[in-house]
Design a protein around this ligand. Sequence first.
Ligand SMILES: [Zn+2]
Length: 301
Amino acid sequence: MERPNFYAALPLDRKSELRRDDAFVVSRLEHREARFVPVWRTRNLVREGQAPQAVWLTRTRIEQISVSAPVYLGDWDDVPYFAADISHLEETELTIHAPEGAFVDLRGVGAMMNRDEGGLLAYARGLAWWHSRNRFCGVCGAPNRAEAGGHVLRCTNPNCATEHFPRTDPAVIMLIVSGDKCLLGRNRRFPLPMYSTLAGFVEPGESLEDCVRRETFEEAGIRVGAVEYRSSQPWPFPSSIMLGFWGEALNEDIVRDDEELMDAMWVTRDFLRQEHDPDKFRLPRLDSIARRLIEEWIAAG
Ligand SMILES: [Zn+2]
């Protein structure tokens, strides 16, 4: 089997076919070993160290915090897991209710974590964020109420009753290649001299291949011919899935979009295999699909 990307291939059984059964969800909630994945203002709870570990909260602790609607994530080795948004707590209260560990941005620690735990934290963060942004119905403005273990939000106005589902926004990410060279860009948002693949959000009425070609031309002036799908990665920061491609360049003269990119250049496999001064050139983080697209291309040459 192929190697999954970070945050993908969770060992957890989502039991999505059972979530609409309220009695089932209640039975999981009342399970004596139920574990709660706390999310505080998009941050996850971890015990920091060389290999940061996820910290779960027990039902007793969650009852003290009064979480309105924990979201059922699924069962892992027959133990139910729930996401619990505790953002209503003040920062000073966190040490009382979650005395172990610290709330951190998962993107800073994910690559060092056990992959299963990292994936579970990402899943919880994604659902908590969706709930926080969908308190009210987008059709009529009435409050929404959670159903199906928190995987559906239904409008409480009986004349509307619209069901809202969690969003996942597709984004393409592509390594554009020309013979033994690939195209890397330095995004204006990157704080470090990090060179990465190009990427962009898919628009309505656009195929993934269309999007790869449009974004590459807009950002770097490069026309793309053949496009090859490679792998995908859930990226709930806050709500994307990254769809990874290799694309074949039809020209090499870069016309850079200054607003997006500070720099763009063609680099060879030999260049990428060398050691570089990290103050001048770095590759993307190890947990990113961008890094994988680059490394698989280096290995293929
Ligand atoms: Zn409504």
